[in-house]
Design a protein around this ligand. Structure first.
Ligand SMILES: [Zn+2]
Length: 217
């Protein structure tokens, strides 16, 4: 009976029905489960035959998806949370500089890692923060797919809104694997800067920050 119905359908209707069935299979799986199946299928192509047997392709696909989940763990976390603990009294009103801290983030265009170092500075107003809180904030913000420009902006915005200092700034240098392992295949440093508060408004503060970064290199 079903067969009769299908054969009386136009080609377009049949193709819609097919798409609905495929969508049904896909949506019944969690996105991570679906991705494991898709990656395993990708690895089972003829060209990889000598490299993966059926079991290995499934295990590798499982690890790959777990790795993505670990990379992007910051997407579901509140980056301001580390800054909300342990505020101390203001005891200092000169620029505080945290230099050359390592970070790794992931490009939103290719989901490929980019990593390097950043230098962050701020001028306290009412409170100072424990210096280890800043890398904790950056760690959460970096564990998301994004572009480096947006990461730099997110760092100063999160800090400025949460700690409310006189101002803050960050300079980030990173090597992007999507640039050095594919496409143009050239290794180079990408530098982004983001400034907020007096770092943005006051040329002398901005100059002091940039000089501090220069002298630390
Ligand atoms: Zn990229």
């Amino acid at each position: 009976m079903g067969k009769v119905v299908v054969s009386s359908m136009t080609e377009e209707q049949q193709s819609t029905l097919h798409c609905e069935r495929v969508r049904c299979v896909h949506t019944s799986m969690r996105p991570d489960q679906f991705l494991v199946v898709a990656v395993a299928k990708y690895l089972r192509q003829e060209k990889f035959k000598a490299l993966f047997d059926k079991e290995e392709s499934s295990r590798t696909a499982g690890r790959f998806v777990k790795m993505l989940d670990e990379w992007f763990a910051g997407a579901s976390k509140d980056a301001s949370a580390p800054l909300n603990v342990g505020f101390e009294e203001k005891v200092y009103d000169e620029m505080v500089v945290l230099a050359d801290v390592e970070f790794t983030s992931y490009c939103a265009h290719h989901l490929a890692p980019f990593s390097g170092t950043y230098t962050f500075a701020y001028i306290p107003k009412d409170t100072i923060v424990g210096l280890s809180k800043i890398p904790r904030m950056v760690e959460i913000l970096a564990a998301r797919p994004q572009v480096q420009e947006r990461l730099s902006q997110a760092i100063v915005q999160t800090f400025q809104q949460t700690v409310k200092p006189g101002g803050c700034g960050v300079i980030m240098d990173a090597v992007h694997t999507c640039m050095c392992t594919r496409g143009v295949r050239k290794r180079g440093n990408t530098r982004t800067t983001a400034l907020a508060g007096v770092f943005k408004k006051d040329p002398a503060t901005r100059a002091e920050f940039l000089a501090a970064v220069g002298s630390l290199r």
